[in-house]
Design a protein around this ligand. Structure first.
Ligand code: MN
Length: 128
């Protein structure tokens, strides 16, 4: 089953998303900040990364752009942000994120988005 890394500093969000993903059969890796998220992505090679934007060290967009400039640039990154402001989606995509979800996280939207990006990623790997 697919392995998903969730980079999130808020324990409540972490618990909620972990519960939703585990119930759908996904393995979840947890990182509480941007730097540990980058390290974990590099070492554990998750199939997909969910990236909170507001993190205590470097922000999620900075972490995403570092990952997209690294050896694990192929891992899809979905940004999660509470700042549902104009231009937010564009900022996420400009930083190299593949997708974007606004908080609060909705179960079906999360699962549909995760499934879509995992499917695209698997298809891309088959063509290599
Ligand atoms: Mn946060």
């Amino acid at each position: 089953m697919a392995k998903i890394l969730y980079v999130e500093d808020n324990p409540q969000n972490m618990r909620l998303v972990r519960k939703i993903l585990n119930a759908a059969g996904y393995d979840v890796l947890e990182a509480p900040n941007g730097i540990s998220g980058i390290t974990m992505a590099t070492n554990e090679l998750p199939d997909l990364i969910l990236m909170d934007v507001n993190l205590p060290d470097i922000n999620g967009l900075e972490a995403a752009s570092r990952l997209k400039a690294s050896s694990v640039s192929w891992i899809p990154i979905i940004a999660l942000t509470a700042n549902a402001m104009h231009g937010d989606r564009e900022n996420c995509l400009a930083a190299g994120c593949d997708g974007y979800l606004a908080k609060p996280v909705m179960k079906n939207e999360l699962l549909n988005t995760v499934a879509l990006f995992l499917k695209q990623s698997a298809a891309a790997h088959q063509h290599q």
